[in-house]
Each structure stands twice: as structure tokens, then as C-alpha cells.
Design a protein around this ligand. Structure first.
Ligand SMILES: Nc1ncnc2c1ncn2[C@@H]1O[C@H](COP(=O)(O)OP(=O)(O)OP(=O)(O)O)[C@@H](O)[C@H]1O
Length: 309
């Protein structure tokens, strides 16, 4: 576990250096009141209803949500494929609502990298791992054999450099995909269910690769998944529910009474600028809260009680 703490510290340092100082660390990715409404045959579906999310430069963050919670909609907007109905979406200084086609292309080519769930979508089947990593560099005009090998080493698959995807395991393919996604040194990496097709141990290796890339390159990483177990793999997990940011879990290292380092998790509800928050579903169910609740302001907390006497 101390490895994780050490990698996080180095990630923050490198990110700060890359950003030109700690002052500029805030808000590398900002969603504020993000709304996306789909209209199909006269019916409106509100996929995002005021999603708020701020990710600092150099963070490694997981966004979790059940099926239909709006994860893909959010990712499509953040990747520049879709445009929100309202709100603010800004990544690395790019305004995703107003950027023109030329800037959108630059954003997708240079600023962001992707790792998809389907291993086949990430790598070309007839190229070796090394060639797959070299390809984006060649296409953008620069090519460095050393960088390709360095990246493969960083993600722990240097031994696969000369193998084609069908000669690698699913986990090795996804780790190679991480190297491909950062080949052109993007500022932000989005990973959509990158471990969805892998077993737990292999998934853990892929997260290890993402943590190393985050620490070594200072790239901001957002992993989107339905799997709550991911919270064990990252420092900060944001849960979305019904198209809105509902809660977040932060993990931090502290020294226990016996002197050993331990990781503590704390769950927070997310309060938006209008003062709205969602109560965790478990709280609502256990007290059978519905329709109205009574709020009482105490000196250092707020009480929420069932509205019916
Ligand atoms: N193009 C579309 N047209 C109409 N409704 C849509 C469209 N895309 C998404 N939706 C709806 O928006 C809501 C959020 O969908 P979204 O795909 O973002 O969820 P998700 O969290 O990614 O789910 P999953 O994990 O199943 O992919 C759902 O109710 C979905 O049916």
C-alpha cells in the first residue's frame, strides 16, 4: 500500500511541474451543471441532469455508476464525440460546448487518449505491441522507438513487444492499450470499462499500469466503470446516479497506532452549487424516507428525519 502512496505523491509532483506550478493544478477537467437531453420520437430522455465533476491535473479518478446512470453519455461528451444540451464542460482549457471542428479534431488527436473495454478496439490485430504504440506517433509526425519501448516497460509488457495481440493475454492487451493511448503524450486519458472483460487479478494489473502511467507521465486519468470494487484501486471514486454526481469516496493513507501505514476510506455526498445533494440509497431505504424529510440545523451538522410523524 505504501507503493500506492508513493506513486500518488510522484504523480502530484510531476503534474505540478508539467502545469507550471501548483496554482494551476485545479480543475483540469470541469463539468458544471452538465445536462444532456435526448429526444426520440417526441419523448425526452434526460441522460444527464446537472452533473458536476472537477478533476485536478494529474489525478487518477474513477467514475462509477449503474447501467443507465449516464456514464457513456458523460464520456461521449468529454471525449468530444457529443455536445451537451446545457452546462459547462471544459478539459485542459478546451471548451467542449463551443469549440469549432478544427479545435475538436486537435482536441481528439492531441489532448485526450482512450482505452476502451473491448480489447479488439484498442489495438490493430496485425501489428505487434511495439508497432501498435509506434503507430500514433508515426501518424502525428514524430516517431521514437525508445519511447515505445519505454512505455511498454512502464506498463509491464516489454516482453510482449514483438507479439501480436492474439499472442497476448487480455490483461497484456489492455496494458498495451494504455501505452498506445499515451503514445502521443495526451493531457487526459479516458478509460471506459478497461477491465470489463478481465478477471480480478488481471484487472488489478491493468490498474497498476494506469497508476504507473499517471505517476510517471503526470497524465490526468478518468476511469469509467459500473464496478464499485474499483474504489480499492484509486484514491478518489465519484458515483453518479440518475445523471448526477451523487457521492464520492476518498482514500488516504495514515499511520496507525502500531506505526504501520493503513488506508482509510471516507464517503462524502456531493453538494452542488444550489445546495442540492442525494442521500445514499441505503440511508433512504433503511429509514423508509420518502416525499418529505425534516431538516434541522445543529451547531455542527444537519439532521435529516422522516417527514411523517
Ligand atoms: N442516443 C440516445 N437516445 C435516447 N436515449 C439515450 C441515448 N443515449 C443514452 N440514452 C439514455 O440515457 C440514459 C443514460 O444512458 P448511458 O448510456 O449514458 O448510461 P450508462 O451509465 O453508460 O449505462 P451502461 O453502463 O448500460 O452503458 C439511459 O436512460 C439511456 O437509455
Amino acid at each position: 500500500m505504501s507503493d500506492l502512496a508513493e506513486l500518488q505523491r510522484r504523480a502530484a509532483e510531476r503534474a505540478a511541474a508539467r502545469a507550471g506550478g501548483t496554482d494551476r493544478l485545479r480543475g483540469h477537467l470541469v463539468c458544471d451543471g452538465l445536462v444532456r437531453i435526448f429526444k426520440t420520437e417526441g419523448v425526452e430522455v434526460v441522460a444527464l441532469q446537472g452533473l458536476d465533476l472537477v478533476v485536478d491535473r494529474g489525478e487518477l479518478l474513477a467514475v462509477v455508476g449503474a447501467s443507465g446512470s449516464g456514464k457513456s453519455t458523460m464520456l461521449n461528451i468529454l471525449s468530444g464525440l457529443d455536445v451537451p444540451t446545457a452546462g459547462i464542460a471544459r478539459v485542459a482549457g478546451f471548451d467542449l460546448l463551443t469549440m469549432n471542428a478544427k479545435r475538436r479534431l486537435r482536441y481528439r488527436r492531441k489532448i485526450v487518449g482512450f482505452v476502451w473495454q473491448q480489447t479488439a478496439r484498442n489495438l490493430l490485430p496485425y501489428l505487434t505491441a511495439k508497432e501498435n504504440v509506434e503507430l500514433p506517433m508515426t501518424l502525428s509526425g514524430g516517431k521514437s522507438r525508445d519511447r515505445a519501448m519505454n512505455l511498454l516497460e512502464m506498463v509491464g509488457v516489454a516482453h510482449c513487444a514483438d507479439r501480436r495481440p492474439d499472442q497476448m493475454s487480455g490483461g497484456e492487451q489492455q496494458r498495451t492499450a494504455v501505452a498506445v493511448a499515451v503514445a502521443n503524450d495526451p493531457e487526459v486519458l479516458f478509460a471506459d470499462e478497461p477491465t470489463g472483460e478481465l478477471d480480478e487479478a488481471t484487472a488489478s494489473d491493468v490498474f497498476g499500469a494506469l497508476r504507473t502511467i499517471n505517476a510517471e507521465l503526470g497524465v490526468t486519468i478518468v476511469v469509467v466503470t459500473h464496478d464499485h470494487a474499483v474504489a480499492d484501486q484509486v484514491r478518489r471514486t465519484v458515483a453518479i446516479r440518475d445523471g448526477r454526481t451523487a457521492s464520492e469516496v476518498r482514500r488516504s493513507a495514515r499511520t496507525g497506532a502500531d506505526g504501520a501505514e493503513e488506508i482509510v476510506s471516507q464517503e462524502y455526498a456531493v453538494l452542488d452549487r444550489a445546495g442540492r445533494m442525494q442521500l445514499p440509497a441505503g440511508f433512504v431505504d433503511s429509514l423508509a424516507l420518502r416525499d418529505r424529510v425534516k431538516l434541522t440545523l445543529e451547531s455542527d451538522h444537519v439532521q435529516v428525519r422522516p417527514g411523517d410523524e
